[in-house]
Write a protein that binds this ligand. Structure first.
Ligand code: FE2
Ligand code: FE2
Length: 262
């Protein structure tokens, strides 16, 4: 299967099994294909994207109650599915980007598919399927403003996945506190991968930014409203996790000190 056909089927297929299928081959840097910007995903009927109000998710406090925990993990599975769709989207939208960049996108796409499957397996152990609750399209809503690979890494890797470094620590802890080791260990595995995804964003921020800019300046220039630096962290903030993967002190402080702008 050609890479672009594969990416298109992940985004547009109405079958969940096709969205989660593995690529039957390796990334081929010599294969070229056309740029394509898909505006919304194909989804099975029960995974159609709903307005955020219809797909509300309990806060972290809900982790102590099994019924709410199921709802939270269901939302996480949908986040991972969106991440897989959006890395596939970027493979098509940035078909003319360097092959090393697209090879990185491809690798992360496979990891996001794996994360989705891990959460689906957990839901299954509770007798739940992905699609049993309404889902939102938070990441997809940002697509129109992602016009360059730099926009993409600043939004996806350095904002959403950056915040997920903190969320995964807090939710893994919350699961452990109520004795749900299985959920905790799944979130923990995903935490380790999300750090690599932030590292991917950092690597390409440094490569793509203007030489005269600092990384922080380039990040601020390339995220657009409503994304802002304060969205790159969770309710807790773990700077040491960012240091471990090589982000600069300057950039970590930018995120740490950021607050919501009106
Ligand atoms: Fe993920
Ligand atoms: Fe990720």
């Amino acid at each position: 299967m050609k890479l672009d056909t594969f990416a298109r089927s992940i985004i547009l297929s109405p079958k969940l099994s096709e969205k989660l299928q593995r690529y039957p081959g390796k990334f081929d840097p010599s294969y070229s294909y056309s740029v394509e910007r898909i505006l919304s995903p194909g989804r099975p009927e029960n995974l159609q994207i709903q307005k955020a109000q219809k797909a509300s998710v309990p806060s972290i406090k809900g982790m102590s109650d099994l019924q709410q925990r199921k709802r939270i993990i269901h939302a996480f599975a949908n986040h991972e599915l969106q991440a897989a769709e959006l890395y596939a989207w970027a493979l098509l939208a940035f078909a003319d980007a360097p092959s090393e960049f697209r090879s990185d996108l491809f690798q992360i796409l496979e990891e996001e598919q794996r994360h989705t499957k891990m959460y689906i397996a957990r839901l299954k152990s509770w007798g739940i399927q992905l699609g049993d609750y309404p889902v939102s399209g938070y990441f997809w809503n940002k697509i129109p403003s992602l016009l360059t690979p730099l926009h993409f890494v600043c939004a996806m890797a350095l904002t959403f996945e950056n915040a997920n470094i903190d969320h995964t620590i807090d939710f893994a802890k919350a699961a452990l506190q109520v004795g749900d080791e299985r959920t905790s260990s799944i979130i923990d595995v995903i935490h380790k991968d999300e750090k690599k995804h932030v590292q991917f964003g950092w690597k390409w921020l440094l490569r793509f930014k203007k030489p005269e800019q600092t990384a922080s300046e380039a990040y601020c220039e390339n995220i657009s409203w409503p994304l802002q630096p304060h969205l790159a962290k969770g309710n807790s903030f773990y700077p040491e996790k960012r240091h471990e993967i090589g982000l600069s002190t300057d950039f970590i402080e930018l995120i740490e000190q950021a607050s919501r702008k009106q």
